[in-house]
Ligand binder design. Structure first.
Ligand code: RB5
Length: 150
């Protein structure tokens, strides 16, 4: 199945060292399918701090350079926490295609966050397909999203 990315803008990618291999797999997938992306790092498997890359992607969402992104660290938790400090970001930590689908349908998530050390390439592929092929349902879910900012 082809990936149909939401939006016109390139998809932002960010990872730390623990998500680097998964990000390389995603980049290969995107290049095969001609999907435009911006890689905000990290660019090697040397140990780094996930907030440094989360904030690069978060700023790109805040300033509308990207409408959507994918972020990966070892568990997904650290990079997801840092991303969700950005006002325009709704990053969803996902580990199954069903959760990725519901993150779009119910939460209007704009970043798919993945636990690189936990999920297989097949699971990553299935989550990307689910996430980028699902529209936000709006309605009662919009009411709830409107209450998220504090
Ligand atoms: C790195 O070792 C690891 O702590 C990081 O990738 C992530 O899992 C943190 O939440």
């Amino acid at each position: 199945m082809a990936i149909f990315p939401q939006g016109e803008k390139p998809i932002g990618l960010a990872s730390d060292h623990a998500g680097f291999e998964t990000k390389k797999y995603i980049i290969q997938l995107f290049e095969e399918q001609g999907i435009r992306y911006i890689d905000f790092g990290t660019y090697t498997s040397n140990s780094v701090d996930y907030p440094d890359f989360a904030h690069k992607l978060g700023r790109a969402i805040d300033n509308r350079d990207c409408d959507f992104g994918i972020a990966i660290c070892g568990t997904g938790n650290g990079i997801n926490m840092a991303l969700n400090k950005h006002q325009s970001v709704r990053a969803a930590l996902c580990w199954s295609a069903e959760i990725a689908h519901l993150a779009r349908a119910h939460n209007n998530a704009n970043i798919l966050t993945l636990p690189g050390r936990i999920v297989s390439q097949q699971e990553v592929y299935d989550m990307i397909i689910a996430f980028f092929n699902t529209d936000f349902e709006g309605g009662r879910h919009q009411t709830r999203i409107d209450k998220i900012p504090c």
